[in-house]
Design a protein around this ligand. Structure first.
Ligand code: NDP
Ligand code: MG
Length: 374
């Protein structure tokens, strides 16, 4: 029985994780579950699942049930002092970083959906994992695909490239001139995946693929020059690796996050699917295109901030989170998202920032942007 701490249970990844757990009650047990603001939803979706510790990290002290732990500190304390095997971090945004760190520091493996942890503190997080002999297993479908493709590769020097696939989002075919008319409703219509609002907007701007490039760099220790992005609108191939002899290995399935979530939980084993098995005869065609950096400047910028290292990925991520929040509140237009981020990137870099610096710059940038659009 694998004991799981599931953070962000009320979200899209969190709820898919609960489905996987319900499908395999003989293998998985939830020990800690957290959400931020939606207590009633949390109660509803965990009905019938025995759980030791329920934690609400937001709206502290608003819940009268004494068995519910409340606040971030209560969760951090539980992550350090409870008996569990794997932390599945499905919190959205940089708020997830402290939990990733806490899980790893207390010697736990982490199934990581919270890509922002890796983007803003990739060096620190991978070093803590190494020191504590913990593994970080990606939940992100592209990174799960790469990890699966890399299984059985004897020598890493035989890998020439990592090829991340991207659906291209809802605006893959839209002309650049029309981007100024994009509405919130348009941007929330992802063609292949049903996800939380933040990552759905990130997919529309392709900032998401940019964040994933940085995530791949740290997870697989790949130089940026060896990470390619290719548009693949069907989202059937979740990513690929190319070997030095020209062979390419890919991982395929219908787009369903239950597959990478379950793999992260069952790793290194494979168990009966929770998701529907893939019927290739329904797919008909797989197509590929080069990304258009002019239409999607954030993808190119992400490569640049990744290469610059230091505090630049934190600035990129914080400005993106703030801009996406403003767009979701309809306070800015779609094309203002990259403008706000570019504007923040004129700051000076800070080499090798520690966790405190990363968290304080993240907070400072968000505050500044929110204040400017009050
Ligand atoms: P959602 O917005 O659907 O869910 C986010 C979860 O995080 C909710 O449970 C929410 O609680 C909780 N939360 C929000 N703010 C905080 C906070 N400050 N502290 C603690 N918990 C918080 O997000 P997704 O499930 O879509 O995404 C989660 C992560 O997984 C993101 O990093 C995303 O990039 C990544 N990911 C998601 C994919 C997807 O298919 N959705 C695919 C690949 C990666 P509450 O609802 O109670 O407020
Ligand atoms: Mg992804």
């Amino acid at each position: 029985m694998k004991k799981i701490a599931l953070l962000g249970a009320t979200g899209s990844i969190g709820q898919s994780t609960l489905e996987v757990v319900r499908n395999h009650p003989d293998r998985f047990q939830i020990v800690i579950v957290s959400s931020h603001s939606k207590f009633e939803l949390l109660q509803e979706i965990t009905k019938g699942i025995p759980i030791e510790h329920i934690v609400m990290t937001g709206n502290e002290n608003t819940i009268t049930d004494p068995s519910v732990h409340q606040g971030e500190d209560a969760l951090l304390e539980l992550l350090r002092n409870t008996d569990y095997d794997i932390l599945l971090n499905a919190v959205v945004g940089s708020a997830g970083l402290k939990y990733t760190v806490s899980g790893l520091e207390s010697g736990h493996d982490v199934a990581l959906a919270n890509k922002e942890s890796m983007v803003i503190a990739g060096e620190i997080v991978t070093e803590i994992a190494r020191k504590n002999s913990c593994i970080i297993i990606p939940v992100d479908s592209e990174h799960s695909a790469i990890m699966q493709c890399l299984n059985g590769v004897r020598e890493r020097s035989q890998v020439r490239k990592v090829i991340l696939t991207a659906s291209g989002g809802p605006f893959h075919n839209l002309k650049k001139e029309a981007f100024k008319n994009i509405t919130l409703r348009d941007a929330l219509q992802h063609p292949n995946w049903a996800m939380g609002n933040k990552i759905t907007i990130d997919s529309a701007t392709m900032a998401n693929k940019g964040l994933e490039v940085i995530e791949a760099h740290y997870l697989f220790d790949m130089p940026y020059e060896d990470i390619d992005v290719i548009i693949h609108p069907q989202s059937i191939i979740h990513s690929m690796i190319e070997f030095i002899d020209g062979s390419i290995i890919a991982q395929l399935s219908f787009p369903d996050m239950k597959i990478p979530i379950q793999y992260a939980l069952s790793y290194p084993n494979r168990i009966r699917a929770t998701a529907e098995y893939t019927d290739l005869s329904q797919i008909h065609e797989l197509t590929f295109y080069k990304p258009n950096y002019e239409k999607f400047p954030l993808l190119k910028l992400a490569f640049e901030v990744g290469k610059a290292k230091g505090i630049m990925p934190t600035i990129f991520n914080a400005a993106n989170e703030a801009a996406v929040t403003l767009f979701l509140k309809e306070k800015i237009s779609f094309i203002e998202i990259p403008e706000i981020i570019e504007n923040e990137l004129s700051r000076n870099n800070i080499p090798n920032p520690d966790l405190e610096t990363i968290i304080s710059i993240d907070t400072e940038i968000k505050k500044k942007i929110f204040n400017a659009y009050k």
